[in-house]
Ligand binder design. Structure first.
Ligand code: SF4
Ligand code: SF4
Length: 163
């Protein structure tokens, strides 16, 4: 194709793109109908991400600060890049006298997580899921290592702890 032809084609493409943008801009200038642009960070307090958004892995807790993690370590084992460490101990059950596994810390390295979701899929208790927070910028890498079970939390009654 000739040099002139390239210029004509390029101009046509440019005008097509500009006409779509212009049409969208003027059509919605006053009504703001169908406008989906987010005024971030001005809207930080109201901003709600889509339900399917994967911001980070979190552990669910109820109003009594109880979770469903029985320290089975499935998530730790399946994570392809070692982003999860389950720290647990065995304690004697006061009722039965038998030892059982108790979660101490569910450690999550957000800085290594690729958001593949395998840990969430493999969790038999649905103890973990996606959180929508995406404000993870920090100057200290250590800030991205999180303990997912909240301080003072315990396992919900009825969730079978591993022996
Ligand atoms: S989402 Fe994937 S990479 Fe991230 S902690 Fe879970 S298994 Fe590991
Ligand atoms: S979060 Fe789920 S998979 Fe991971 S240790 Fe706890 S119960 Fe097991």
């Amino acid at each position: 194709m000739s040099y002139i032809g390239d210029i004509i084609n390029g101009s046509k493409t440019l005008l097509t793109g500009m006409s779509i943008t212009g049409n969208y801009f003027f059509k919605n200038l006053f009504t703001r109908k169908d406008v989906i642009t987010q005024l971030y960070p001005d809207n930080m307090n109201e901003l709600k991400m889509f339900d399917r958004f994967k911001g980070e892995v979190i552990m669910f807790h109820d109003e009594n600060n109880q979770h469903k993690c029985d320290a089975c370590t499935n998530c730790e084992i399946i994570c392809p890049n070692g982003s999860i460490e389950i720290v647990w101990e065995r304690v004697a059950d006061p009722e039965t006298g038998k030892n059982k596994k108790v979660l101490l810390n569910h450690i999550y390295h957000l800085e290594m997580c690729t958001m593949c979701g395998l840990c969430i899929e493999v969790c038999p208790a649905d103890a973990i899921g996606w959180g929508q927070d995406f404000h993870h910028v920090t100057r200290d890498r250590a800030d991205l290592t999180k303990v997912l079970n909240k301080p003072g939390s315990s396992i919900m009654p009825g969730v079978k702890e591993k022996k």
